[in-house]
Design a protein around this ligand. Structure first.
Ligand code: GDX
Ligand code: MG
Length: 379
């Protein structure tokens, strides 16, 4: 039987409770665990509501306070690692599923699809979703280029959404992850990337199951959230340099269906709100640090402070920026964090101006081709 885990932090209780109930009534699920921080505003509300769900469904539903397990910023990683440790200590579950608590399109089919892939012999199962061409900008410009550059020829560059948080692992994989000090240390947003890397290093077969209705969820609270996420995902990739991953891992991917019209035309972020990030918050140290990058990047970033019509940062130049950051980035240095974030913003805006405007199919093909190019160059 399976355990379902929802890491949560200040979510709309109605959305979280509906998801918890959906999980609890699934025939394969024997326990639902919600892991949060007791200081969060909604912890008490969700804690109060889950026992009722447990009574109604006959499946135990518990809340758990996340332990301080990692070495990075305390966040979602601590919650996921708390759940992995709990799985091993408390029960004889065969499998664990993770789902975000804020999803409004969650259904029992998500659980069934993952269970089916596990029944067919895949000990690690990842859900993947249609995304708009201007969504997943951390995936396309941070995580996937890094996986392509550092682990070419392995399964890692092929994973569709390597920082997705919707996953199934069998007990064997959970044991491997809980025994990996790098996973336990990754208490921040880097956890999803680090789990992908550790599953790869463990050599476990991976299935990616497709969820055509997509993952609709709460929009980002603030751009600070996404700054932390971008930097923490980059750091997770960078700190894993040198990890050995076999080129022979079994990898199955469900065929996606044609992406619906809403997703094909949706703009996932506000260009207007984003351009301001290029002019705000510069320090003299950051201006000096631009000297590490190719001169076209330095000149483009300096010009972008005055003129927000940024389109200078194509895939080749971004590949060079990425290499400089792999060599020099320091996650403890606020200037580095801020600068990396701002150059990433310039890359997102350049891609939007040059490629996303050509339409969905062209933009997605372009993004896929950039990953293939980074991988080919690294081989
Ligand atoms: N316990 C706990 N502690 N839960 C957290 C924390 C934390 O510090 N921070 C976030 N969460 C929960 C949150 O309540 C939600 O259930 C889930 O983790 C994801 O957080 P959310 O704010 O919804 O993040 P977002 O931007 O939707 O990103 C998620 O999707 C990304 C992706 O699939 O692209 C998140 O799971 C990322 O890790 C994932 O990479
Ligand atoms: Mg979310």
């Amino acid at each position: 039987m399976s355990l379902v885990v929802f890491p949560f932090k200040d979510e709309d209780p109605a959305v979280a409770i509906a998801n918890i109930r959906t999980a609890a009534i699934h025939p394969r699920v024997s326990f639902v665990l919600c892991v949060g921080s007791s200081g969060d505003d909604t912890f008490g509300l969700i804690e109060a509501a889950v026992s009722e769900v447990g009574r109604q469904t006959g499946v135990p539903v518990h809340t758990l306070v996340q332990m301080r397990m990692g070495l990075r910023r305390p966040g979602k990683g601590d919650a996921m690692n708390t759940a992995l440790a709990w799985f091993l200590a408390e029960g004889d579950f065969e499998r664990v599923h993770f789902y975000d608590a804020d999803i409004t399109t969650f259904s029992g089919t998500w659980i069934s699809k993952a269970e089916r892939a596990a029944d067919e012999g895949y000990p690690a199962v990842r859900h993947y979703f249609p995304r708009s061409s201007t969504d997943a900008m951390i995936t396309w410009f941070i995580t996937r280029p890094g996986l392509a550059k550092l682990w070419p020829g392995t399964v890692l560059p092929k994973i569709r959404q390597p920082l997705g948080g919707e996953l199934l692992f069998t007990r064997e994989v959970v044991q491997h992850l809980a025994d990996d000090p790098a996973v336990v240390a990754q208490s921040d947003w880097g956890i999803d990337t680090r789990l992908t890397l550790s599953v790869g290093a463990g050599g476990f077969p991976v299935a990616e199951v497709y969820i055509p209705e997509g993952k609709l969820h709460k929009l980002y609270g603030s751009l600070t959230d996404i700054e932390d996420m971008a930097v923490e995902c980059f750091s997770a990739v960078r700190e894993a340099r040198g990890l050995e991953v076999s080129a022979e891992i079994d990898h199955r991917v469900d065929d996606p269906s044609r992406v619906g019209e809403t997703m094909r035309t949706k703009v996932a972020y506000s260009v207007e709100d984003t351009v301001g990030l290029l002019s705000e918050g510069w320090t003299d140290v950051q201006v000096e640090m631009l000297g590490h990058f190719p001169s076209a990047v330095r000149d483009g970033m300096l010009a972008g402070r005055e003129d927000p019509a940024v389109d200078f940062l194509g895939h080749e130049l971004w590949g060079e920026v990425y290499d400089v950051a792999l060599a020099r980035f320091d996650s403890a240095d606020d200037d580095w964090r801020s600068l990396l974030f701002r150059v990433w913003v310039a890359r997102v805006l350049s891609y939007t101006a040059r490629e996303a405007v050509k339409g969905y199919d062209s933009a997605i093909s372009y993004l896929q081709a950039t990953i293939a190019r980074y991988e080919a160059e690294a081989q």
